[in-house]
Design a protein around this ligand. Sequence first.
Ligand code: BGC
Length: 286
Amino acid sequence: MESYYQNHQLPHPVLPALPPLELLKGQTALVTGANSGIGRAIAIALGRAGADVVINYVAAPEEAERVAEEIRLSGRRAIIARADVSNEAEVQAMFAKAVEELGTVDIFVNNAGLQKDAPFHEMTTAQWDTVMNVNLRGAFLCSREAVREFLRRGVRPDVSVAAGKIIFISSVHEVIPWAGHVNYAASKGGLMLLMKSLAQEVAEKRIRVNSIAPGAIRTPINTGAWQTPEAYTELMKLIPYKRIGEVEEIGRAAVWLASDFTDYMVGSTIFIDGGMTLYPGFETGG
Ligand code: BGC
């Protein structure tokens, strides 16, 4: 049965402006891969919500510096910090720099991630390792430094009731299998149980660990999926809400998840995906 809704092209909405609520005032956030895409939007949103921000990047310092400038415009402190998240020494140096220059880290957003797609029988060891190293080993190395800092500092009741917050930027592919992207889906599936196991382990220390799982968001990682009208039409078959997501929508969720408004949220994944995880084939089938 063809539904009424499927015959309509819904206009792309203009998102309402974020109210100037300083939910994160007095806190410091470190965001990995914050020079572009979702990481950039999260860094800017956290800054607008009152946090000082460390902008991690691995290449393109000029992009990272532009993000820092934008955050400074909203009156917050912002520094850039180069580190390959899969390199232990560089990660430790980055956290040391954050603590030295901004005092501590209250919020850690594990955003850095990449795809190296290939049919499974052609996938090289390098493609497998690069994705695992950045997406999963990087998450381990960075969140371990974050937890160490949270434990060292403890709760500062003047800024937050929690000792620290970790937000993993996962993907719908932590639950949706993805042919041709086996390394990526495996890394995100791994990230899901890293998140839940860590959340369980550190909850008693008042450290909250959660994930945001974006669906198709308009970023450089997936231009092939939305840049041409044909690709966009194909993509819409996977999205009940019939539009692509925007990076700001992930930034807003990150602010909320980092704030005390979600203090009882521990070990959860928030899917922001226009319904991509709702088995869209069943809109008409079944
Ligand atoms: C991937 C994108 C993809 C989206 C939905 C994301 O995790 O990085 O390339 O468009 O999932 O499939």
